[in-house]
Ligand binder design. Structure first.
Ligand code: AMP
Ligand code: MN
Ligand code: MN
Ligand code: MN
Length: 275
């Protein structure tokens, strides 16, 4: 089964519309897809419709921003009911925080001699409720501040850089709770991306499992092949289901294209095993 259960559209920080994402996935041979925009479910109706027209299986998804021990982690919710009131209200509360954060990012950049970044970022954001650092990055590249989005992050948008703002997202318990209230399965997104020690990551996995989390991403565009092995071990140890997703954002901004990553290790139980 060619499943891709993590990707983004213009409803958050992707470059393709929800329908275009699904069309591209279909062309790449994806058989099961979920659209998992950051903190928003507004692209799901279009994506689901496109998947229906093209004969792909589709599940509703979302990627929730979480603060755990002061760091940002992402929890993907799969097979959620986007109409669920606790989920909707929870996501709305995170999105409200994004507006004030964007203002602070712009102030930091302005103090570093880069004016107009709020308006600049907004021009790249199709969804005004979902202003992301990715939109600031695109503006900064356009303004000639760095060669590409990756470089711009390192220079301006991460800790100890002018456009960095400490921000409080949902708690781990809230995010998993909203996903479960919406009938979904909670999945740790790209665990290899979090810059914490092995011991702390184990503590995180244990806490995630204790509050009802069920799966982790193993094969993702954010992992190296060595990390596939490393996190396959974690899945076995903690009894997690395994997920696979490109985290595709668009051409030039993603390591992996839709549906092009290797399959999951044979012995792991895929998160879609009983769908
Ligand atoms: P935000 O949720 O506004 O903090 O934005 C986070 C998004 O920025 C991620 O989902 C990625 O799409 C993008 N991003 C974060 N770090 C990097 C990086 N180092 N290089 C490129 N894109 C990044
Ligand atoms: Mn993103
Ligand atoms: Mn993520
Ligand atoms: Mn993502």
């Amino acid at each position: 089964m060619n499943a891709d259960l993590h990707c983004h559209s213009t409803e958050s920080d992707g470059l393709l519309s929800p329908r275009e994402v699904v069309a591209r996935a279909a062309a790449n041979g994806v058989e099961l897809i979920s659209l998992t925009d950051h903190d928003v479910t507004s692209g799901l109706d279009d994506a689901r419709a496109e998947a229906g027209e093209r004969g792909l299986r589709f599940v509703d998804g979302v990627e929730i921003s979480v603060t755990w021990h002061g760091a940002t982690v992402h929890i993907v919710g799969l097979r959620i009911d986007p109409q669920s009131a606790p989920l909707r209200e929870g996501l709305e509360s995170i999105r409200r925080g994004r507006a004030t954060r964007a203002q602070k990012i712009a102030e930091g950049l302005s103090a570093a001699g880069i004016p107009g970044s709020l308006e600049g970022a907004q021009r790249y954001a199709d969804n005004p409720e979902l202003l992301s650092r990715a939109h600031f990055a695109r503006f900064l590249v356009e303004a000639g501040r760095a060669a590409d989005v990756k470089n711009v992050f390192q220079r301006y948008l991460v800790k100890d850089r002018p456009g960095w703002v400490q921000h409080r997202w949902a708690s781990l318990q809230e995010a998993v709770g909203w996903i479960r209230a919406a009938g979904g399965i909670a999945v740790v997104a790209h665990p290899g991306r979090y810059k914490c020690e092995r011991r702390e990551l184990r503590e995180f996995f244990a806490e995630f499992r204790d509050c009802g989390g069920a799966a982790i991403e193993i094969v993702t565009g954010a992992h190296t092949p060595e990390q596939y092995h490393e996190f396959a071990k974690s899945a076995r140890e903690f009894g997690f289901l395994a997920s696979r997703g490109s985290d595709y954002h668009g051409k030039g901004e993603s390591r992996a294209d839709l549906g092009m990553l290797p399959p999951l290790p044979d012995d792991l139980r895929p998160v879609w095993h009983d769908w």
